[in-house]
Design a protein around this ligand. Sequence first.
Ligand code: ARG
Length: 459
Amino acid sequence: MAQLWGGRFTKETDQLVYNFNASITFDQKFYKEDIEGSMAHVKMLAATGVLTEAERDEILSGLTGILKDVESGKLEITSEYEDIHSFVEANLIDRIGDAGKKLHTGRSRNDQVALDMRLYTRKEIENLKELVKDLMVVLHGLMKEHLDTFMPGFTHLQKAQPITLAHHFGAYMEMFKRDYGRLCDIHERMNYCPLGAGALAGTTYPLDREMTAELLGFKGATLNSMDSVSDRDYVIELLSAMSTIMVHLSRFSEEIIIWNSNEYGFVELDDAYSTGSSIMPQKKNPDIAELVRGKAGRVYGALMQMLTTMKGIPLAYNKDMQEDKEFTFDAIDTVKGCLALFTGMIKTMSVNKATMEESAKKGFTNATDAADYLVGKGVPFRDAHGIVGQLVLYCIDKNISLDDMSLEEYKKISPVFEDDIYEAISLKTCVEKRETIGAPSRTSMEKVIAINEEYLKGI
Ligand code: ARG
């Protein structure tokens, strides 16, 4: 048991209590941030005259040594220490002696851990942004490739109107653009340094909090020392943003699973991204997409845990807040994994254009356009709707599509139909006539793709 306190205690901590209280098994994840924070703190302490320059240099070289040895595996972080802060401080004192005992001047573990968690999550926000960007780059490429890949658009999972695969992918592109934006917003809001808040009420040392903030790349220092040690809003925001990413990945996965089924056959997942069955030799399963869909629950769980942990805590620091780490770390790793895997999966899957187009033709997705055709010939829309309803019924009976009907058959139902009906209800026309902003026509999509191109260049 290596702890930083004990002076006022007359008994050893019970072993079970020690184990229950310790956080080293998970907070070792931010050993680097802990050391980085200590380095900035020490530089600031020397600049303000709290430490001498010689003490600063001794501590800095000790910390550099610890960092190097941990990274090389020479120094192992073990559960002999209560937490990562104790581990670093104890090792520093072992290495450099008395100067090491001055590291914690003007600091509490409360502001220290608040800083570590911020540094760690801030770094991970950048990693997440990169991964969302990688996914958007792949989607962007696919959108350019599939401007003329016709497919049915669905509502209620029933074929509705024809769209293109570019348009379908474009919907997800918008979602991921918002996800990216949310990550940027969180970074902006959380980028203030809590170090110097002390346990809760600041310290009596003449700390230069602005300097520490600047050394660590923050926009400034946090403005209330009690809030500084007990704010975990940014963790909640990050978990919420990651949950939304998972909503999107999960919906997309669900569609890939459906599209990849034998019944649909719209896409085929690459062998490298599929798995087999131990008993059924014919099987090729979309496990990756299913796992991404499944892992959404895990990330939402972390959000719920964090909201619940925080909701009843009085100001300022309370030990409940140690619970901010494990689920958050797990959620970050989960979302990063899902983003990377999902990107690889859609990049390598093949698209069956003919099957998609055939499906769009078979599902009366051009029925609205047939009605609009009649409207163009002077038939009121409600009557046109009824006439096309009859056409659909007729086709269902004959197991054909609207395009397969002869003009005679058309005329039997309404004499208004002319030869130009075929052109009017071709998939190409149906898509190309939808030219408003955000609609699936090539011209509309090209405008959006140009905007996205600029957007991707700028992030
Ligand atoms: N392991 C603690 C945490 O993660 C560090 C802060 C400890 N502070 C304290 N007053 N016990 O929150």
